[in-house]
Design a protein around this ligand. Structure first.
Ligand code: GUN
Length: 290
């Protein structure tokens, strides 16, 4: 069994991005600039955004954090998006989700200019992904593909079972795995909460991508000997052993599943660290297109 080390790969990619940034600056361009909009004080969102801002500094990017209180109006948020769309100093930006319930999340996403949508959430980018055109691919699916690429994992003609049909992971990663690319070129089955014979389907998979957000859902008896297992789950569960008072649990029951796998991603340290580098890559791409 080979443990896929997302932490190590993400550090390698950060170094690559930092070198490219230096080169861009040497050639007279300014550093890529990412802006992040954060609404409210949700613990998870605060951490994610802080990590994104820190990652920018590490690779030599500029970053701007724009904060609003929980009661910000949809109108003000839309105006902010419009300002960022038109600001030539900003290459790309994200609006951290989830947003408070009084704000229409889809409306905000659709207001972001597709050229600056480094999260890859805008319907134009999602549509381009579907038909295989160059676009911003959202961070988690793109991180998964990069791990498969860097570990030279054969995917062509393989049966890939994706569990979970979310717009930000399950659906796009299914499309990427089915695309005529390397990695990709797989036969994809997309399972979800209504799938009847889920256990049977998962046990036939050469590659399992678990992205349903249910800790320990994939158990040893569901996994074929030699399967590749990608665990996207990052559910925060209370823990007395950590300083923060919580720990992350994946969708895969690691102790049972790992011994049966050819490759597996741990949680934490697998897919998670890759998501930020995907965002950095997209920002660099946006800056280069400028
Ligand atoms: N909330 C959880 N993940 C993400 C992400 O990748 N981007 C944004 N904008 N919000 C998120």
């Amino acid at each position: 069994m080979i443990l896929i080390d997302g932490k190590k790969i993400s550090q390698e990619i950060r170094q690559e991005i930092a070198r490219e940034t230096e080169l861009m600056i040497q050639q007279g361009a300014r550093a890529p600039h990412l802006a992040a909009v954060l609404v409210g004080h949700d613990g998870g969102s605060e951490t994610y955004v802080a990590n994104k801002v820190r990652a920018c500094a590490e690779v030599g990017f500029q970053s701007t954090l724009i904060r609003f209180e929980e009661d910000v109006t949809e109108k003000l948020l839309l105006e902010t998006v419009e300002q960022l769309n038109n600001d030539p100093e900003i290459d790309g930006f994200i609006v951290q989700l989830p947003l408070p319930r009084h704000i229409n999340e889809q409306k905000i996403i659709e207001a972001i200019s597709p050229e600056k949508d480094v999260d890859g959430f805008h319907p134009v980018n999602v549509g381009k992904l579907l038909i295989g055109l160059p676009c911003f691919v959202s961070a988690t699916p793109s991180g998964i593909m990069e791990l498969l690429r860097r570990y030279h994992i054969e995917t062509s003609g393989k049966h890939c079972v994706v569990i979970g049909r979310s717009n930000i992971v399950g659906k796009p990663v299914s499309m990427l795995m089915a695309q005529k690319t390397n990695p990709g070129d797989a036969t994809v089955t997309l399972c979800h909460s209504r799938t009847r014979n889920l256990k049977e389907l998962v046990s036939q998979a050469d590659i399992i991508i678990a992205a349903l957000g249910s800790p320990g859902f994939v158990t040893g008896d569901m996994v074929k000997e030699g399967a590749v297992v990608i665990d996207v789950g990052t559910t925060r569960v209370p823990s007395s052993e950590t300083k923060s008072g919580f720990r992350l649990r994946g969708d895969v029951l690691f102790e049972e599943v790992a011994p049966k796998c050819s490759y597996i991603t741990p949680v934490p340290g697998g897919v998670g660290p890759m998501t930020i580098v995907s965002l950095l890559r997209n920002t660099q791409l946006a800056a280069k297109r400028r």
